[in-house]
Write a protein of this length. Structure first.
Length: 196
């Protein structure tokens, strides 16, 4: 039984879009969780492939993570889900990257799971995804999200169609589980569609 759990997401490909200032645990926890369940995870950034992204543990510098694919070279068709970690300056910088916002917008257009945590949902405003969506986030973003037309609630995880949002690192277990379930549901739908 344990073996099948480890391969529940085999064949699934998840993009993580981030840059300097990312909240480290909001990247490392989901990545580790997804890989333990068999998914392939790729770190995408407006930085060049091979460059380093500076992680943070709240206000303190953390580890650096190597960019695996420049966002200009990435296509939503290559991936089954998109993960948007938080940290304050990470999404703030992504909002200034036209390629990053286009990537998020195109991902939403393809109706694939997008999971954003903490300050990560900030980028959904610029991508036009927040409007008419039910979301949560770090509390300081609620006014921005509401002004963008979102319904905001203070919940551990909010799932609205293919959109999964959480508030903070404490929510990571529920957030990771919700992303795993979304990928499994998508796989089941694809299997049913293929046989009919």
């Amino acid at each position: 039984m344990e073996q099948s759990t480890g391969q529940a997401l085999r064949g699934k490909r998840v993009a993580v879009l981030m840059t300097d200032g990312v909240e480290q645990i909001e990247y490392t926890s989901p990545r580790s969780f997804l890989e333990q369940h068999g998914a392939t995870v790729t770190l995408i950034s407006p930085k060049a492939k091979g460059e380093q992204v500076q992680g943070f543990n709240h206000a303190d510098k953390g580890d650096q993570f190597q960019v695996e694919l420049n966002v200009r070279d990435a296509s939503p068709g290559q991936f089954d889900a998109l993960l948007l970690p938080g940290g304050v300056s990470n999404p703030d910088q992504l909002r200034l990257s036209k390629e990053s916002i286009d990537f998020i917008r195109n991902f939403a257009t393809e109706d694939k799971p997008i999971a954003a945590i903490c300050h990560g949902p900030w980028t959904l405003i610029d991508a036009g995804v927040a409007k008419a969506s039910h979301l949560t986030s770090w509390p300081s973003l609620q006014t921005d999200l509401r002004n963008a037309g979102a319904e905001w609630t203070d919940d551990e995880v909010v799932i609205d169609g293919k959109l999964i949002t959480s508030r903070k690192p404490d929510d990571l277990p529920a957030f990771n589980d919700a992303l795993k379930k979304a990928l499994q549901i998508d796989a089941a739908r694809a299997d049913m569609g293929a046989s009919s």
